[in-house]
Write a protein that binds this ligand. Structure first.
Ligand code: GLU
Length: 609
């Protein structure tokens, strides 16, 4: 096997495992049998910002946030699996090796192009039926401390990732479901080496140790985090995955695994949550129409509400289209001050709309009856008139009136978000997939669940419900669109994106990122860099970041000249530096095949043939 990369060292004299060998039923969907090969030597990854080469492939490609996960997807594609098949294998391995970011205890959005149509699969976590708008308020009606809410049973939403993958597999799977679990089960049983990022995340977390199961599993008796390179086995997760492999999502949503989840959430020692067995059993994944927007020569398809991703990205890019042409968007290989100013101003305007209008569409009507009002070129032309040489500054941007209707929602204040993982895949048949998957913050609600197995390990429960507004009303008593309601899905920023050439209608890119609300800026800038500035997928992801959610602006620490920071501050941006740890993954079509990039700020790699 030949990997077009310089950063991986692999010895492939590994063990070959087929689903049948590890006792999984192999229901025949296709005559191809998938045999998973365990890498004997895992790739080493550096910490911090590590240069990546970018990866050229000819027929297919898979990009994910951890080399073992990418490799599982690669092997599935090589065995003739579809992009959805590969995503399932990738997600199950991520649950094991990148437990801080995503897993079967969380939710996900998956965009899929099957050669003619694009579908948006929604596996977002939902609030339990017993949840009310006072979920995150204390006895005095004041919001809980943010981390008290996160590390609790209150924040756990009914997970949706497994149901969503099953729905996507029913429609677009080629290999049998059970086989796709072989990589994760094998690695969980034989062990994998704790990566630098997992070690660092464990070391930096203040809450996970307090959970009895997680404290025993991820930390030593002295409370030290498992070292990088430690061979970690996860027998509880292996048995949970076996059950899901054999019986599908009903094994997760009913029976032992669901009962254990409910007991843990309801049994949280300080702040129990309300998820019931009925909530678990009745969870449904959804199929939604994606929002596809014309931008320059491209059609950009992204996730509709409950995600704010696509609407906000396209508001930013669409607003910038109405500004006079900029001759120097890039200066010495970096975004110029003028481009950054415009991008930040357009972000201020778009985030003001986002804070007012966007929430679960089953609960909240789009302004003017359709989300397209927010992207109407005439509306965005009006918004662009607010952009001048001087910044509107922190809190200078107000929401507009898309669709020309007064909507009586209050503005949601910003809340922290972090965590998450992104997967991009294009298979040999030309099907394209972009999936962003999350348990919300790093290690979610800081509760490990062992599925009732009584064995060491398990999977982490999400804290997705803290993506709702803690306050249901503003100071005037006006309701906030994204307030907690029973069985509602919290607003997201996740932006799995598929791009098409408008003329040829060909799929040309798949991309996305973690990063909380900054997912929107990371993805928007990567789109501009790849499609407008002509950078390849790796160069585009390497560019330094600049973000604002409407208040102060932040530049990625140590990546810009101080003159850039000074110039933005002179223009009123209240800018400072800070870490901006995106986790972008992108695959782009080229004349020879594909070129993939993985974020130098994390451990991801791209593989393909
Ligand atoms: N929970 C966030 C969302 O759904 C994502 C968190 C992150 O990526 O950091 O938008």
């Amino acid at each position: 096997m030949d990997y077009p990369t310089v950063s991986l060292r692999r010895n492939w004299l590994g063990i070959v495992v087929s689903a049948a060998m590890i006792g999984l039923p192999v229901t025949a969907l296709a005559d191809v049998t998938f045999q998973y090969e365990v890498a004997a030597v895992e790739p080493e990854q550096e910490s911090g910002y590590s240069e990546k080469p970018g990866w050229a492939t000819e027929r297919f490609a898979v990009a994910a946030a951890n080399p073992l996960a990418t490799d599982a997807g690669y092997q599935v594609l090589r065995a003739g699996g579809s992009a959805v098949d590969a995503a399932i294998a990738v997600q199950m391995v991520l649950t094991l090796v990148e437990p801080q970011s995503s897993g079967i205890g969380g939710g996900a959005f998956l965009m899929y192009y099957d050669g003619s149509d694009v579908t948006a699969f929604d596996g977002r976590e939902t609030a339990p039926r017993a949840a009310s708008e006072s979920l995150f308020l204390n006895g005095d009606g004041e919001p809980l401390e943010f981390m008290d809410a996160v590390a609790s049973g209150l924040s756990v939403g009914v997970p949706g990732t497994v149901r969503m993958l099953e729905m996507a597999h029913d429609e677009h799977g080629k290999l049998p479901w059970a086989e796709l679990f072989a990589p994760a089960i094998t690695l969980a049983e034989e062990g994998f080496h704790v990566s630098h990022r997992l070690h660092t995340s464990l070391a930096g977390d203040e809450w996970l140790r307090d959970d009895a199961l997680a404290g025993n599993f991820y930390y030593t008796e002295e409370g030290e985090p498992l070292e990088e390179g430690h061979l970690l086995k996860n027998p509880a997760l292996a048995s949970i995955l076996r059950k899901i492999a054999e019986n599908g999502s009903k094994a997760m949503h009913t029976g032992d695994i669901a009962e254990d989840l409910v007991q843990r959430v309801q049994g949280h020692p300080e702040r129990p949550g309300a998820i019931s067995l009925e909530d678990m059993a009745t969870y449904v994944a959804r199929q939604r129409d994606p929002i596809c927007s014309d931008w320059q020569a491209y059609r950009v398809c992204g996730f509709p509400p409950p995600s704010s991703g696509q609407l906000t990205i396209m508001q930013i890019l669409g607003t910038m289209e109405h500004l006079p042409e900029l001759l120097t968007p890039l200066e010495e290989g970096q975004p110029s001050v003028e481009w950054l100013h415009r991008f930040l101003e357009a972000s201020r305007l778009a985030f003001a709309d986002r804070a007012k209008y966007i929430a679960d569409p089953d609960f909240v009507e789009a302004p003017g009856g359709s989300w397209s009002t927010m992207l109407d070129p005439d509306y965005l032309a009006l918004r662009a008139e607010h952009i001048e040489d001087q910044s509107m500054g922190p809190d200078g941007a107000s929401p507009g009136n898309p669709g020309d209707v007064e909507t009586s929602w209050a503005i949601q204040p910003n809340q922290p978000e972090s965590g998450t993982s992104h997967i991009s895949i294009i298979d040999e048949d030309g099907n394209g997939l972009a999936m962003t998957t999350t348990i919300e913050s790093a290690f979610g609600s800081r509760m490990l669940a062992d599925g009732g197995t009584g064995q060491p390990g398990g999977y982490l429960l999400n804290n997705e419900l803290t993506d709702f507004s803690f306050r249901p009303l503003d100071a005037d008593g006006t309701p906030i669109a994204n307030r907690v309601e029973a069985s509602k899905r919290p607003r997201s920023s996740m932006s799995p994106t598929l791009v098409f050439d408008r003329e040829s209608e060909e799929l040309i890119a798949s991309l996305g990122s973690p990063g909380g609300a900054a997912i929107i800026h990371y993805t928007a800038k990567a789109l501009v860099a790849m499609l407008d500035w002509g950078l390849n997928a790796q160069e585009a992801l390497n560019l330094p970041h600049a973000i604002t959610l409407g208040g102060p602006a932040f530049l990625e620490e140590g990546r810009f000249d101080t003159a850039v920071l000074d110039a933005l501050n002179e223009r009123g941006h209240d800018a400072s530096e800070r870490e901006l740890t995106s986790g972008l993954q992108a695959i782009m079509k080229t004349e020879e095949g594909f070129f993939g990039g993985a974020d130098p700020r994390r451990e991801g790699v791209v593989m393909g043939d």
